[in-house]
Design a protein around this ligand. Structure first.
Ligand code: SF4
Ligand code: SF4
Length: 359
């Protein structure tokens, strides 16, 4: 993406948000290959804020290879939250994320993760799990935690060819994660472990969980490098000629296309109508459904199986910690002020760290 396109995306974001702060996410491919565009975009956004046009927040997702002190200093100065994609221990990372010459990326990415955590101690790690790496999941989460990672977002690759034996391994790994969740909570540690937090929330506060579910194209739009607009990241694969393209930065959003796609995304999926856990299931991600099945109205069978395995395991964790009246658990999940208090704590902590970057 060039600067002009990125600047036009800022303008569109403000227009669509009607004065509310706009969140910009640098994502896809490897954003740090064009750090010049990132720097220019953030500077332009700051200029727009000074001109009174609106405010922006920034996030960036990277594979970590090009992270360095300069970029981290810039991210701290401009409040850019960085998430890093790492698949876990060496065996997991090197299964799908080798360097172009075929060598291991593990040591390089691990060093970059350490650098990132020194600057942003609450930075998220994004882990993708495939049939080939699922057996490493629990060990990977443990190792990342030992390195100081507190926020882990774990996503099974639902497009991969999962066999029933792989799903059995996944279930065992969810149980391993459940044991870690119990242990860490009893140690009063602060952490976020994605498959469990959302499932626990969906048990404790169904309304809040439902409110936070995806509303396709209502809260975000994806801009491709040429400026074409799409409902979300995966739909870029469809291309500008496809029915998933909802306009261009120059002409703006095709509202008819936007409404049509949004309406399709809200249709209750066929096997889910009578499912007892449909209000707690992650079946509403249209990106995931489309990528895995080719249709936003069809749920991935692997996701369905995974959700059915995960829910009872997560509920058991919640029941145990609730019955123990574990203070950390109760504070995290039952105190409405927890997200704000937690954010304040993270911000204060981050504020003390930047000096470490100069090493
Ligand atoms: S578990 Fe399966 S059937 Fe039930 S709501 Fe989720 S995707 Fe639908
Ligand atoms: S479609 Fe999926 S990835 Fe896109 S915003 Fe919704 S939940 Fe997120």
């Amino acid at each position: 993406m060039n600067r002009e396109t990125a600047f036009q995306a800022l303008e569109l974001g403000l227009r669509l948000n009607r004065g509310k702060p706009c969140s910009i996410v640098f994502f896809g491919g490897e954003p740090l290959l064009r750090r010049d565009v990132i720097y220019a975009t953030v500077s332009r956004a700051r200029e727009m804020t000074r001109e009174g046009k609106g405010r922006f927040y920034f996030r960036l997702t990277t594979n970590g290879l090009l992270l360095d002190s300069e970029l981290l200093s810039f991210s701290l100065a401009n409040n850019i939250q960085i998430a890093i994609s790492i698949d876990g221990i060496r065996e997991a990372q090197d299964t799908h994320r080798r360097l172009p010459d075929g060598s291991s990326s593990f040591d390089r990415v691990r060093a970059k993760l350490e650098l990132l955590l020194a600057a942003q101690p609450y930075a998220s790690v994004l882990m993708t799990v495939t049939p080939a790496t699922v057996k490493f999941l629990g060990e990977s989460v443990e190792q990342l935690s030992e390195m100081g990672v507190k926020y882990m977002v774990i996503s099974p690759d639902y497009t991969a060819p999962w066999q029933s034996t792989d799903l059995k391994v996944l279930k065992g790994q969810y149980q391993h994660l459940a044991d870690l969740y119990l242990a860490w909570t009893r140690e009063h540690r602060k952490f976020y472990l994605s498959p469990f937090e959302v499932k626990l929330l969906s048990h404790i506060d169904r309304q809040c969980h439902l409110k936070n579910r995806c509303e396709l194209i209502q809260r975000q739009i994806t801009v491709d490098p040429q400026g074409f607009l799409f409902p979300c990241v995966q739909f870029i694969r469809g291309g500008p000629q496809s029915s998933w393209c909802i306009g261009h930065l120059k002409q703006g959003v095709d509202e008819a296309a936007r409404s049509r796609i949004h309406a399709r995304s809200t249709i209750e999926k066929e096997p889910c109508r009578t499912c007892a856990i449909r209000d707690r299931c992650n079946n509403t991600c249209s990106c995931l459904n489309w990528h895995a099945t080719g249709s936003i109205e069809t749920v991935s069978p692997v996701l369905c199986r995974s959700e059915q395995m995960l829910l009872p395991i997560a509920d058991r964790v919640g029941k145990i910690l609730y019955e123990e009246r574990n203070e950390t658990f109760v504070h995290k999940h039952y105190n409405p002020a927890y997200p704000v208090l937690s954010l304040l704590e993270d911000t204060l902590c981050v504020g003390q760290i930047p000096k470490m970057l100069s090493r």
